[in-house]
Design a protein around this ligand. Structure first.
Ligand SMILES: [Zn+2]
Length: 178
């Protein structure tokens, strides 16, 4: 899969595994951040401070916990922090192309957090939730957003798919030898 597919919150969750997958910590790389900004429709490059990185990691931990435990009770306290993220920014009306549109007052780090969190809420509490899956390679740990018609996608990438296929093939072969 193209790592850039899918909503922002899955992109953030998967950054956790980059280090082992590609032996680099992409979270600290500007390329990774650029894609995150793009996903969140942020045109300007935001400077992320060390403390803000920590906040991103914390947010990632929350998402991971929710997905791992499949927490769907909206009153669960784990959603409190996320609710706060949503309300951290304020909007204002602006006229663009003779149309009145709602714009964030400030496009800053909190807007980024707001957009990532929003991408989560939009999916997790909707019908789209069924598209959120863990890659079928148990050693992978990445999440995917399955946009296929019959929800048939199982793997995050070809590497994971062929790895499991080879393993399955070997297992069958061994069974035949017994
Ligand atoms: Zn995978």
């Amino acid at each position: 899969m193209n790592i850039n597919n899918g909503p922002a919150f899955i992109y953030l969750i998967n950054s956790f595994w980059y280090k082992s997958k590609y032996e680099r910590n992409v979270c600290l790389e500007s390329e990774w951040l650029d894609h995150l900004f793009k996903k969140c429709e942020i045109k300007s490059k935001l400077q992320i401070t060390e403390q803000q990185y920590q906040e991103l990691y914390e947010l990632r931990n929350i998402f991971q916990k929710i997905l791992l435990q499949n927490i769907i009770n909206q009153n669960h306290p784990i959603f409190d922090q996320l609710q706060e993220n949503i309300h951290k920014i304020s909007y204002q009306y602006q006229i663009m192309d003779k149309k009145l549109i709602l714009q964030p007052k400030k496009v800053d780090f909190y807007y980024l957090i707001h957009k990532i969190t929003l991408s989560f809420f939009e999916i997790w509490f909707s019908d789209e939730k069924k598209k959120v899956k863990c890659c079928a390679n148990p050693q992978c740990g990445w999440y995917i957003f399955d946009t296929t018609k019959n929800l048939t996608k199982q793997y995050c990438c070809n590497t994971c798919a062929s790895l499991i296929k080879v393993r399955r093939f070997r297992k069958n072969k061994n069974n035949q030898c017994l």
